[in-house]
Design a protein around this ligand. Structure first.
Ligand SMILES: Cc1ncc(COP(=O)(O)O)c(C=O)c1O
Length: 373
């Protein structure tokens, strides 16, 4: 076997990958699972989508507009920016790679624990990386201390809300961080893939005018539950957006995805229903997880980072105990500073959240009895 091919029971890099974990814990490959390892809106995709896709299947017979003019205009209107500040991408993941490509070969810093693709994108484009740790349990950011530790970094990657911590650096702290990084000539890449799950007032979009060194990355796959379709965008000063285009293959975003942007962003009913779900379920689940005795990082996103009160080893044992009960949680192996000692759980429907809490209670009891290997 090539050394590049991971063993069948490797720790998967992302949520939603059950097979390696089932193999690792000796469970049948066809074990039925409910997935709380990927952070997707349980209300989506929008109901009108299948019919919409069927009607447009014939459009696949032509190339997309390479400039994605209509999609970019829809995003620009939605965000209150100009189309020149928008680059449409094949998911937020491609936007991360474009941001790294813009700094190819230059030193980078990454706030950690953070999304695995920041490091992969930097490696792909030859950016030497320095990890800047956020400390448990609150993962708070001190801009002065952070910038003092930036060293030679010319670009800093961070998530807001951050994956996997579900924490949100407050706007005043972001403002200070932007001022400090501007003074040092360090680009700030803020991955806002989950910003839709936060109040609109938290979006940093209005600051693109003020801070030329700010790059915002967005995803439409979480909020609209379209991870298989792939849709995201990068927002920045026009010159950076144009420069990023040099690293993007022509027609990177498929025709159907590009045409979907406008109707997705126009679906105010889907938006309202999702906000109502969040307002009801997020605080309820936060309380329910705490009531179970878990340590829960206060969540500003649609997922929770949790820890067994007895610490890392007990938390790690919850993962197979949940798998055996039909729940796929997100392990935290490979997240700097977490090292498997935490679990990430997606917020789902009321019924699923309750069922997950029941499974967690049983799994915790099993761990307490020392029955879990
Ligand atoms: C923080 C963060 N950014 C970006 C992405 C990529 O999203 P997309 O599916 O739009 O590529 C993810 C996906 O998990 C993510 O967690």
């Amino acid at each position: 076997m090539s050394p590049d091919v991971p063993p069948s029971n490797h720790w998967p890099l992302h949520g939603g990958e059950a097979a390696p974990l089932l193999a690792r814990f000796g469970l049948p490959a066809d074990t039925p699972l409910r997935d709380v390892s990927a952070n997707l809106n349980p209300l989506g995709p929008p109901e009108w989508l299948p019919e919409w896709l069927a009607e447009r299947a014939a459009d696949l017979g032509r190339y997309p507009d390479p400039d994605y003019t209509a999609a970019r205009a829809a995003i620009a209107a939605h965000e209150g920016v100009t189309p020149e500040q928008v680059r449409l991408t094949n998911g937020g993941a491609e936007a991360i790679y474009l941001a790294a490509a813009l700094h190819a070969g230059r030193p980078a810093a990454i706030l950690e624990p953070g999304f695995a693709e920041y490091r992969r994108a930097c490696a792909a484009h030859g950016l030497p990386v320095q990890g800047l740790p956020l400390a448990a349990p609150d993962f708070a950011l001190d801009p002065e201390a952070l910038v003092a530790g930036l060293g030679e970094a010319e670009v800093l990657f961070m998530g807001r809300p951050n994956n996997p911590t579900a924490t949100l650096v407050p706007r005043p702290v972001m403002e200070r961080l932007l001022e400090l990084t501007a003074a040092r000539g360090c680009t700030l890449v803020v991955d806002e893939a989950f910003i839709d799950f936060v109040d609109d007032a938290e979006r940093l979009t209005p600051w693109l005018e003020r801070f030329e060194h700010l790059i915002l990355l967005r995803s439409l796959t979480k909020w609209f539950t379209l991870p298989g379709l792939r849709l995201g965008y990068l927002l920045a000063a026009p010159a950076r957006v144009a420069a990023a285009g040099a690293f993007q293959p022509a027609w990177s975003v498929n025709q159907l995805a590009a045409d979907l942007v406008a109707p997705l962003l126009a679906d105010r009913d889907f938006d309202a229903r999702t906000r109502a779900w969040l307002a009801a379920e997020r605080p309820a689940m936060q309380a329910a997880l705490s009531d179970l005795g878990l340590r829960v990082v206060p969540s500003r996103a649609n997922f929770f980072l949790v820890r067994h009160p007895q610490g890392a080893a007990a938390t790690a044992r919850l993962l197979p105990a949940l798998l055996r009960r039909g729940w796929l949680a997100r392990h935290t192996q490979g997240f700097a500073g977490l090292d498997g000692g935490w679990l990430r759980l997606a917020l789902r429907s009321d019924e699923e959240n309750r069922a997950l809490c029941q499974a967690l209670a049983a799994a915790m009891a099993e761990v307490d009895r020392g029955e879990t290997p």
